[in-house]
Design a protein around this ligand. Structure first.
Ligand code: THG
Length: 368
């Protein structure tokens, strides 16, 4: 069977190049194909952690809020304070519903005075923002612009990007960006990306130039040992970057999801979910996303939910992802764990293909 081409599953402007470069495994994200791995995940991980990796993350769609009320509306929608977001700066911001449930965790970029991009995770933020803007009567236009991010990640990413775009790239701070046109290609160059290896995201602003941009990076990347890849579950579990829709359930709030530090409850302005989140702070969580150190031989990566139980067999929560970590040379996991079994050091058991294995609860990020 083959995936039917059509508007239900979209392909990014980098898709053909990703495929030519050896990507063989893909997922679907924001109703778009997300290339994730070649036929050799070990090499994918090595390229990312030792050299440089190129990822088609065109599926990180932008929701553009444009107009005189863009910042005001964005501030109301975000649980992190965006009220003083400067042009050329981005912030990672949890979005919650009125009950405080986390509904997305975009990178938010202030592109200019009246233009804000929500670089979203895998849920329909466009509909949410349109509805809220409509209810409030804000003067904004909300739409999906022609923007497709391409990620350059790894210890050699800065050398590569400065060779292509110039030395100014070296001085760009984390989560800062510049809007440029390079060899006729309009793009936003940002120091960000879904790994802890350092690197950039190139937000291409003309979908007809995807192959041209890919080729530019690919050719300059040869001397650095560049390799095509995709958002890497092993590296991001090792260093804990949250994956919405995967790590926690859709009922979890940001505190339960391990990203509570990005919620600004102390602000004067109101934002969606503020009252509910305040109550949750007072009551304390029923469960929490935590790390797991899992005993035994290396486990095959499993990014699907499996069981988590106490040594006596009773329910302890849900294991959300398991992988073997080359960095720590042990099996790691992320799990949503019931209070009080969430305390670091607690012994639990994890369901694996060869039965239940002993594991120990750990704080995130892992400190091993
Ligand atoms: N880049 C862009 N858009 C995205 C992602 C991205 N949209 C979907 C998804 N990823 C959103 N989720 C995240 C999760 C973590 C981070 C970014 C997006 C991240 N976190 C850093 C950390 O945790 O150390 C920095 C957070 C901070 O200090 O502000 O980068 O990757 N364009």
């Amino acid at each position: 069977m083959e995936l039917a081409q059509g508007p239900r599953v979209r392909f990014s402007p980098f898709y053909s190049r990703s495929q030519q470069a050896g990507i063989e495994v893909a997922s679907v994200y924001n109703k778009m194909v997300l290339p994730v791995a070649t036929d050799n995940p070990t090499e994918d991980y090595e390229a990312l952690t030792q050299r440089v990796a190129l990822w088609d993350v065109g599926c990180q769609r932008q929701v553009q809020v444009y107009g005189p009320d863009a910042l005001k509306l964005s501030t109301y929608i975000s649980a992190r304070d965006l009220s003083n977001l400067k042009i050329g700066v981005a912030k990672y911001a949890p979005l919650c519903d009125y009950q405080g449930r986390l509904i997305n965790d975009p990178v938010v970029l202030r592109v200019d005075e009246e233009t804000i991009w929500f670089s979203i995770a895998d849920s329909d933020v466009l509909l949410w923002i349109r509805a809220i803007a409509g209810e409030r009567g804000d003067e904004v236009e909300v739409r999906e612009p022609d923007v497709s991010p391409l990620a350059v990640q790894g210890p050699k990413a800065t050398d590569l990007a400065s060779q292509v775009f110039g030395d100014w790239v070296k001085d760009l701070k984390f989560f800062h960006f510049r809007r440029i046109t390079h060899e006729g290609i309009p793009l936003v160059l940002s120091r960000s990306g879904w790994s802890k290896q350092g690197g950039f995201e190139l937000f291409l602003e003309d979908e007809t130039k995807g192959e041209q941009l890919w080729d530019l990076i690919w050719e300059a990347g040869q001397q650095f040992g560049i390799r095509a890849g995709g958002p890497n579950n092993v590296e991001r579990v090792e260093n804990f970057l949250f994956s919405w829709g995967s790590d926690a359930t859709r009922d979890c709030d940001p505190y339960e999801s391990g990203i509570g530090k990005y919620v600004d409850l102390g602000v004067e302005h109101d934002f969606i979910g503020k009252a509910a989140l305040k109550n949750k702070r007072v009551e304390g969580p029923d469960r929490e996303l935590k790390g797991l150190l899992i005993d035994g031989e290396p486990l095959a990566p499993n990014p699907a939910p499996v069981g988590l139980r106490n040594p006596n067999g009773s329910y302890a929560g849900q294991t959300r992802i398991i992988c073997y970590s080359p960095k720590y040379q042990r099996n790691l996991g992320l799990a949503v764990i019931e209070v009080p079994q969430n305390l670091p050091g607690t012994k639990v058991q994890v369901e694996t293909i060869d039965g239940w294995r002993p594991a120990t609860v750990a704080d995130l990020p892992f400190d091993l």
